[in-house]
Design a protein around this ligand. Sequence first.
Ligand SMILES: *Cc1c(COP(=O)(O)O)cnc(C)c1O
Length: 406
Amino acid sequence: MDDLALRAESLDAADPLAAYRDRFLPSGDLLCYLAGNSLGRPLRATAELMDGFIRGPWADRLVRGWNDEWMEWPLRLGDRLGGLALGAAAGQVVIADSTTVLLYKLARAAVDARPGRRRVVLDTDNFPTDRYVLEGIAAERDLDLVWIETDPRAGIRAEQVADAVDEDTALVLFSHVAYRSAWMADAVAINALARAAGALTLWDLSHSAGSVPVDLDAWGADLAVGCTYKYLNGGPGAPAFAYLRTGLQEELRQPIRGWMGHRAAFEMGPVHEFAPGVRALLSGTPPILAMVPLRANLDLLEEAGMEAVRAKSLLLTGYVLDVADEWLAPFGVEVVSPRDPVRRGGHVTLRRPGFDRLLEPLWRAGVVSDYRRPDGLRIGPAPLSTSFTEVYRGLSVLRELLEKQP
Ligand SMILES: *Cc1c(COP(=O)(O)O)cnc(C)c1O
């Protein structure tokens, strides 16, 4: 056994979260799953809860379910997620829609709440949907987008934000953990800069929620959105979450006025009146069925604790860095994620020309990772479902492929 295999074994032996792997459903042909940052694995409890929900509340209660408690799910689950993973006090988070749609609603509400200001600051390396949504809003509202050029190997830095924000800035939008490099932005510093200029902040937490510590209230953040199907294992297309700080809830008005965001949905009244609080972010019927998996995952996160998840995540990505340095660097593989644990999110991106050609042979060998242009192979080991030995096995296959097709 080589050194790295021994290290993986001893890290597994010392891992307080090791037993949680068995909570997840097995995946037949899988040798190693490294795409937990893209789509989390299903829990056994999720399968049971889904079945139980269909046979129980849905089959039994039918439409009466709306009177029972379904109306409360978007807020109740939002509160739980906020408390466990977002550092948000109750009454500020809802589960709804998709990240893209919630991003649109919040960003539109934000720029409309700062009518004298014509600028929105964002960065060139943000996730495509974030850039596209803001381009659309800028066109609708005749605003100027101020683009910060981000280094795709790193991410957005406070100095760049300081240079870009001014008294004409309505909103700044960034990802907290960059989807490509996993760079973790200094949210406290950036929020302070934006606030000093009178601008609102909107954070995309898609790669943060359930992976790295998030403390929205303490950060002084205004708005946030994120996915629940990545580190929160909510399942493909699971609904997203939105955070709207209490102090802004009466001021910001989202643009998709539907009956479910109404003060009294079932009165079927003649005009729209926004519901008090964060419920006003809802538009149409909440995706109750699609929220069921999130319940199982919030139970899991509560049991395991975010601190332990982050501690293991750093050990996992640290291990990936060691393997990359020892085995992969000789093949010209470069690490394009932060080595500094303070700035490193939950994945590590490796770069080498031709990596796109390796994705298919990797998948065929049961090693599931994902690829992001240009030349980036993302290694995203989800802490609750991944062992160190699994990472070792997956990266061994990668090394063999590099040996065979240099
Ligand atoms: C995954 C991801 C999204 C996805 O948005 P959807 O509306 O769920 O497709 C958005 N933003 C970031 C930063 C992401 O990583």
